[in-house]
Design a binder for this molecule. Structure first.
Ligand code: ITT
Length: 187
């Protein structure tokens, strides 16, 4: 089984990635490497800085991925976006629901940028986006982060009401990871 290390502190991201790659014969191993997060409004810039820093500073066995993601809410001028983690740990998804009270436009999207790098090669980037709406009330107990308030387009459930396999049919992360999987299977 081929191994890819995943530099993440987020067990939810890890599980979603493992579920998607297991049938393809890849073992995804979590590694705890914290890397500096660039202050930029562009996820790819953040991921690019992170992966280049890791390849320079850390010992990678064969290949590594990192992922940066965020929730972009239209009525909040696309906030929290790249600040999604900070917003989540300080104000939480309740804060989004409060800010959207009385607003008609509840559209939002999640975006993901996956950076992948093999030892001795240049990093590659894969992006995914899922459009949807912010629910009126939080629903569901699966997943992490903003999952209880995000309903992807074409679904009625929030991400938190879905098992991982179902979330992976829709999610920004799965869209980006499937492109990486396709790249790896064509190598
Ligand atoms: P890393 O260690 O991999 O960086 P993280 O949780 O810090 O994990 P990000 O920096 O990408 O991840 O932060 C993005 C935040 O956006 C994350 O903490 C969640 O609050 C939110 N988020 C991203 N993807 C999500 C998803 O699929 N479902 C719910 N919330 C998500």
């Amino acid at each position: 089984m081929k191994k890819i290390q995943f530099g993440t502190s987020n067990p939810g991201k890890l599980l979603e990635t493992q579920k998607l790659f297991a049938p393809l014969g890849f073992e995804i191993e979590q590694v705890h490497i914290s890397y500096p997060e660039l202050q930029s409004s562009d996820l790819e810039e953040v991921a690019s800085f992170g992966i280049n820093w890791i390849m320079k500073e850390k010992k990678i066995e064969e290949a590594v991925i990192i992922e940066d993601a965020g929730l972009f809410v239209s009525a909040l001028n696309n906030y929290p976006g790249v600040f999604s983690k900070h917003f989540f740990v300080t104000i939480g998804f309740d804060g989004i629901l409060r800010l959207l009270k009385g607003k008609e436009d509840r559209s939002a999207y999640f975006e993901s940028c996956v950076a992948y790098c093999e030892k001795g090669s240049e990093p590659l980037f894969f992006k995914g986006r899922v459009d949807g709406t912010i629910a009126i009330m939080p629903r569901g107990h699966h997943g992490f982060g903003y999952d209880p308030i995000f309903i992807p387009k074409g679904a009625e459930k929030t991400f938190a009401e879905m098992e991982i396999e179902e979330k992976n049919k829709h999610s920004h992360r799965a869209i980006a990871l499937r492109q990486l999987a396709e790249f790896l299977s064509n190598k």
